[in-house]
Structures are given as structure tokens and as C-alpha cells.
Write a protein that binds this ligand. Structure first.
Ligand code: HEC
Length: 214
């Protein structure tokens, strides 16, 4: 009997401890979860890769995967906070029509953070890329709670799309080619043209010769 009671007592005590710690654990998780989720926007990797961030937009734009269409699709991640149609309303973030090339934090009637308002200058390909790579690094204290686009091709695509919505800025220059295309690239083209021209002549001649004989 006493052995049973002791065993039951331990089982009970164990249960209470287990229950207690599961309450503690769930409180810990509850406390941690909202913080993480508040920052992470779906499908976006936090903190862009340092090396990739160095790629210039001019270079990224030479990649065939970079298209305004890809940018338009990616803009879906921005659309929860931004409109980009002409005269569109500001939402959580300001309307982005014609944003590239215009003043940073310059939309009258939109209440910017001091962080972004203090940057100065206007948006161009490169600072827009830095901003979209990590808004928090670009303007520490910004209220744009978007983790960033770590892929430079994603950024180039989004900016290309934005550029088509009322900006039409010149594309940034591609980096100078590295000693390619200098060597005799034109020779084969000349050759190709020369061959059919020579081939045709004898055929025409013989055809005429046959006609003349008959
Ligand atoms: C969670 C909401 C949210 C998302 C998602 C978001 N933004 Fe923003 N965006 C903001 C807010 C808020 C601001 C104003 C920031 C400030 O004042 O600090 C802003 C500001 C900007 C600005 C500066 C506007 C100006 O007038 O200078 C640009 C450009 C911009 N966002 C582009 C984008 C793009 C492109 C995406 C998608 C890749 C995006 N944002 C995703 C909320 C968002």
C-alpha cells in the first residue's frame, strides 16, 4: 500500500512538473513568436547576402532572367502596402508611381519616418537597390517593415518594373566587357554571305546555258 502511494505520489508530482514546464514552455514560445513573425514577410529571406548585395544593377540587368514581368510578379510582395498606379492612394506605404527618379520621402501628404525623411537626394537604380536589399540597413528606424530582397536579380526586376510605372529613367550602364568580342567575331559573318553569292552564279549560268541550247 505504502509502495503504491509513493509511486502514485511520484507519478502525480511528475505530472505536475510536466504540466508546469509545458505551461512555461508555451509561454516562452508565445513570447518569442510574434516578434519573429512581425518582421518576416512571406517568401523573403532576412538580411541579404553580403556578397550578392555588391552586384551593381547595371550588371544584374544584363542577366536574361531579369524582366519587368518578373518584377511585376515580385511586386505582389509590396502590394499589401503599396499601390503603383498613377494617382493611386497611399496605403501603409506611399504610392510608388514614378518613384524612381523622384525625391526620397517626397510624397506630400504621406507621413514618413524621420529615418527615411533624413536620407535626402532622389531615388536612382543603385540606392533603390540598397533600400530594397535591406530597408533597415538603408534607413535605420524606417517604418517599412519589409525584410528585403536579397537576390540582386529580384531587385533589378522589381526596379525595372517600377521604372516602367511612370519613371522611364535610363537604364544603368552595364559594366565594361572583359576583353571579349574583340577577336574576329565578324569574319564568319562575312564568310557566310560570300558563300551563297558564289554558289548561285554557276547555277544561273548553267540554267541559262541550257535555255540557250534548247
Ligand atoms: C509591410 C508594408 C510594406 C511592404 C511589404 C513594402 N513596403 Fe515599401 N514602404 C512601406 C512604408 C511604411 C514606407 C515608408 C517608410 C518610412 O517612412 O520610413 C515605405 C516606403 C517605400 C519607398 C520609399 C518611398 C518614398 O517616397 O521615398 C519605396 C521606394 C518602397 N517602399 C518600395 C517598396 C517595394 C518595391 C516593396 C516590395 C519589394 C515594398 N516597398 C514593400 C511599407 C511597405
Amino acid at each position: 500500500m505504502s509502495t503504491f502511494n509513493t509511486a502514485a505520489g511520484w507519478a502525480l508530482a511528475g505530472g505536475i512538473v510536466a504540466l508546469g514546464s509545458s505551461i512555461v514552455m508555451s509561454e516562452v514560445f508565445h513570447a518569442e513568436r510574434p516578434e519573429t513573425m512581425g518582421y518576416v514577410v512571406e517568401g523573403v529571406v532576412e538580411d541579404g547576402g553580403g556578397e550578392e548585395a555588391e552586384m551593381s544593377m547595371g550588371e544584374a540587368l544584363t542577366d536574361t532572367s531579369v524582366t519587368a514581368e518578373r518584377g511585376e510578379n515580385l511586386f505582389g510582395r509590396c502590394a499589401s502596402c503599396h499601390t503603383i498606379n498613377q494617382g493611386g492612394a497611399s496605403g501603409i506605404g506611399p504610392n510608388l508611381y514614378g518613384m524612381l527618379g523622384s525625391q526620397i520621402a517626397g510624397q506630400s501628404g504621406y507621413d514618413y519616418s524621420d529615418a527615411l525623411a533624413g536620407i535626402g537626394g532622389s531615388w536612382n537604380w543603385d540606392n533603390m537597390s540598397d533600400w530594397l536589399a535591406s530597408p533597415r540597413n538603408f534607413a535605420s528606424g524606417t517604418k517599412m517593415s519589409f525584410a528585403g530582397l536579397s537576390d540582386p536579380y529580384d531587385r533589378a526586376s522589381v526596379i525595372l518594373y517600377m521604372n516602367e510605372q511612370g519613371s522611364n529613367m535610363a537604364l544603368p550602364a552595364a559594366p565594361p566587357p572583359e576583353a571579349e568580342a574583340e577577336e574576329g567575331e565578324e569574319a564568319p559573318a562575312d564568310g557566310e554571305e560570300a558563300v551563297p553569292a558564289e554558289d548561285e552564279a554557276p547555277v544561273d549560268d548553267s540554267a541559262e546555258a541550257v535555255d540557250a541550247e534548247g
